[in-house]
Design a protein. Sequence first.
Length: 283
Amino acid sequence: MKSNKIAGIINSIDKLPTLPSVYVKLSHLLDAPDSTIKMISNVISEDQATAATILKLVNSALYGFPEKIGNLQRAIVILGLNEIKNLVLATSVLETTKQFKYDCGFDMEEFWRHSIGCAVSARILAETAYLKRPEDVFAGGLLHDIGKLIHVTYLRDEFAGVIKDVEESGIPMFESEEKILGFSHPQTGSALAEKWGLARETIDMIACHHLSDNTITMTKEIAAVHIGNTICTALRMGSGGEKRVPVANQEVWEILGIELSSMEYVMTRAMKLFEESISIFGL
Ligand SMILES: [Fe+2]
Ligand SMILES: [Fe+2]
């Protein structure tokens, strides 16, 4: 019943944000058996802002390569296609949406700073836990709160009520959304990600980052985003509009399997990468 309601909202929004064309073209190209590195590089280069941001990211402390990587073709070879695809997703979604301004008490720049904070924190957790594809966790972290973008854009008056309620009561935003809207940003965000055709793992990371969907099996990747959200909120990397720092679930810690003694390293590195990343993304 509830999922029908959310699907109805998603389907009734005419101007739902679409995935930037550079990402759509890249996805098609990566699915085609005869694509070459040059073709992939050319598609990314069509979007100059995205191409420039990717080169800056590739040469940042996020990767820590000893030599400068001067062009996209080399970046693609060194990083691999999945990493590049996730970087294009991150940079092009940000390029498309970061200039939006809203007047209902929700700060979009702070929102994206929070999202980048979660992405870098979750990625470092994923690397520390030796997960196979930390770049997927980076994408999940970046998009974890994307449902708020739908609420603030298409349900402005109701969402202003949510912001006020969170401010006054201090309850988590997803609980206030459930109370006032009847659904929450993990649900709308994952529905949007599904409509965008993103990977099932990414959809699940968005749907489950507050552990509010018990139909999804917990994975280490979801755990990294859940804890990454706590870390970036505690370290005040931007703001997703929450009044209080969300408490990371103990069982989820155990699933991720990171020693508490690693946390000083994780947090110090997250702060360093956060500062560098937000300057690269122009926030
Ligand atoms: Fe959230
Ligand atoms: Fe968040």
